[in-house]
Design a protein around this ligand. Structure first.
Ligand code: 1PW
Length: 205
């Protein structure tokens, strides 16, 4: 693992998503799997920093990002990846690239919301920001057992101060990077939603 004392995971995440957002916002280029999966993998340290309670979330996220990185060896764009699954009638199949993409997108959306909530929440507890982000993004798709486990995990997530120390940030630098990530992540999430919606695949499964 990278040396967490010298690295700035938040800055790396924000910069990678700024590049993806630029591609999306240019409207002229398709998003490629290789830079996308690389950017997504830069979000994993954040899940690690959220501690043992989110070990399963981290493992699930890392495995799905890895699957997309593997796909990048033979498929160039997100669009082509979806089209291949549509052709093979495997979009919703367990473990399909497209299904994994939808889960990874939710992970990104949750981190975006988590940051937005942190930015508007006073105090040092992350429980409310994290609970709100989870409730909005994942809870509708999770059964009772996972929802209960996540709710229990909310009691042992680190405080904001602890999280920022692990991320090697102070309050003001973290605010900037969180805002930058949230801003850059938004068009990327919308782009992925559109990939599914324009093919009438839905995004609520
Ligand atoms: C930042 C605050 C902390 C909130 C973390 C919430 C993380 C929620 C993700 C927990 C997922 C762990 C359990 C795995 C669930 C899978 O069944 C599910 N994956 C997801 C990401 O919802 C569906 O994956 P599948 O069936 O397509 O392989």
């Amino acid at each position: 693992m990278a040396d967490s004392t010298s690295e700035k995971p938040l800055r790396l995440m924000a910069e990678a998503f700024k590049d993806l957002a630029d591609t999306v916002n240019s409207g002229s280029a398709e998003v490629e799997l290789a830079p996308f999966s690389r950017a997504c993998s830069l979000v994993s340290p954040l899940f690690v920093c959220l501690g043992i309670a989110f070990k399963f979330a981290e493992m699930d996220y890392v495995a799905k990002v890895h699957d997309i990185a593997e796909a990048s060896k033979s498929i160039v764009t997100l669009q082509a990846m979806l089209e291949r699954d549509v052709r093979d009638n495997s979009v919703k199949k367990s473990g399909s690239h497209s299904r994994n993409l939808l889960r990874v997108k939710r992970g990104l959306d949750m981190v975006k919301l988590l940051f937005e909530q942190i930015l508007v929440t006073e105090g040092d507890s992350l429980r409310d920001p994290a609970s709100k982000a989870y409730a909005q993004v994942f809870a509708p798709h999770h059964g009772w057992a996972i929802r209960k486990a996540v709710a229990a995990g909310m009691y042992v997530i680190p405080t904001k101060g602890q999280l920022l120390r692990k991320l090697n940030e102070d309050e003001s630098s973290a605010r900037i990077q969180m805002q930058n990530f949230a801003t850059a992540c938004a068009p990327v999430v919308l782009y992925i939603d559109k990939l599914f919606l324009t093919r009438e695949l839905g995004i609520d499964w």
